[in-house]
Design a protein around this ligand. Structure first.
Ligand code: NAD
Ligand code: UDP
Length: 333
């Protein structure tokens, strides 16, 4: 039996592929390489010694998915595939709704056709919307998203919840990620944003590498200890390990569960930047600029449900996150 990783050549998918292989699971990857490269499959092999089976296909192509399901015995899907740039989703909403919703629907329909009964979905803390209070708990209301990307996550959660109501044999785990950062300790795989990074850690890493001259800190007037935004940064390897446990959980469970994957700790923009400076011995020049539209002051998880249901807890701290982000960035030069 194999686990299908859609979007498995991407940032979180490739780290999950490594942890799945390390845990002795058979995996198959499908990715259209829209935001990743084929060489990631070689790197997964280099790290683990096992080459995952790979299909370069689009998940919106049902025929292609049917071929993958007919050639492999897939008992679980981890659905990572999707577009993820918040700002771009505001500019190109139709593309985001089309790709994210359509790929999820195709995966769900083909799973049904082939009797595959468990799915783990890459959701996001963004589904809690702008009215939620920290720490975010899974039973809080969702919605009130501030951009089309967030709405796609909200809508796919709803589709999967309805699907699990209709099919009592189906198991759905909605993993709500907080802020994944860091990279595999080998420095071989990591986050590779195209163009100017939107996210904080890749931006800091590019300043450290001399690609950008300084960090713009978006707002220092939030109601937080130092006035800068607070987030729940989580090491991508911890996140990946959470998926391995979620797959096992999904196999022995029916219905739909939402689970936060975060550390439960919030760090501010300045705290993350200073940790990066201390751990790597590199100065990061910065300037305060006005708040970025749509940003929240504080966002962190109540991580107790993941501990209770998956026996999962983040093991790596902010220093390892900064060390490994730089380790990957350095390797790219
Ligand atoms: P990523 O862009 O690195 O990986 C996504 C992968 O999906 C890419 O390799 C891309 O080529 C592929 N893809 C996109 N559309 C596809 C399609 N139609 N068919 C086949 N492949 C397709 O992103 P990531 O950071 O690894 O995120 C993985 C998932 O986690 C996404 O669904 C994302 O929305 C979600 N997520 C990410 C974060 C984050 O901060 N990185 C936070 C919360 C949720
Ligand atoms: N941020 C910043 N400068 C940047 C990128 C991000 O000050 O160049 C801040 C942003 O305002 C937020 C935090 O860093 O407070 C995390 O932002 P990111 O985009 O990484 O994640 P998200 O906003 O999706 O939680």
């Amino acid at each position: 039996m194999s686990v299908l990783l859609t979007g498995g050549a991407g940032y979180i998918g490739s780290h999950t592929a490594v942890e799945m292989i390390n845990a002795g699971k058979e995996i198959v990857i499908v990715d259209n390489l829209y935001n990743s490269e084929a060489k990631v499959i070689d790197l997964i092999e280099q790290i683990t010694g096992v080459r995952p089976k790979f299909y370069k296909e689009d998940c919106c192509d049902k025929k292609a998915l049917e071929k993958i399901f007919s050639e492999n015995e897939i008992d679980t899907v981890i659905h990572f595939a999707g577009y993820k740039a918040v700002g771009e989703s505001v500019e190109k909403p139709a593309e985001y709704y089309r790709n994210n919703i359509d790929s999820a629907l195709c995966v769900i329909e083909v799973m049904k056709e082939f009797g595959c009964k468990s799915i783990v979905f890459s959701s996001s803390a963004t589904v809690y919307g702008s009215d939620a209070t920290v720490p975010y708990k899974e039973d809080m209301p969702t919605g009130g998203c501030t951009n089309p990307y967030g709405w796609t996550k909200y809508m796919i959660e709803q589709i999967l919840r309805d699907q699990a109501k209709a099919d009592k044999e189906l198991s759905v785990v909605l993993l709500r990620y907080f802020n994944p950062v860091g990279a595999h300790e080998s420095g071989l795989i990591g986050e590779n944003p195209k163009g100017i990074p939107n996210n904080l850690m890749p931006y800091i890493a590019q300043v450290a590498a001399g690609i950008r001259d300084h960090l713009n800190v978006f707002g220092n007037d939030y109601d937080t200890p130092d006035g800068t935004g607070v987030r729940d940064f989580i090491h991508v390897v911890d996140l990946a390990k959470g998926h391995v446990l979620a797959v096992d959980y999904a196999k022995n469970h029916k219905g739909c569960e939402a689970i936060n994957l975060g550390t439960g700790n919030g760090y501010s923009v300045l705290q993350l930047m200073r940790a990066f400076e201390d751990v790597n011995g590199i100065k990061i020049p910065y300037e305060f600029t006005p708040r970025r539209a749509g940003d929240l002051g504080s966002c962190y998880a109540d991580a107790s449900k993941a501990k209770e249901l998956l026996n999962w807890k983040a093991g790596l701290g902010i220093n390892e996150m900064c060390r490994d982000s730089w380790g990957y960035q350095k390797n790219k030069k």
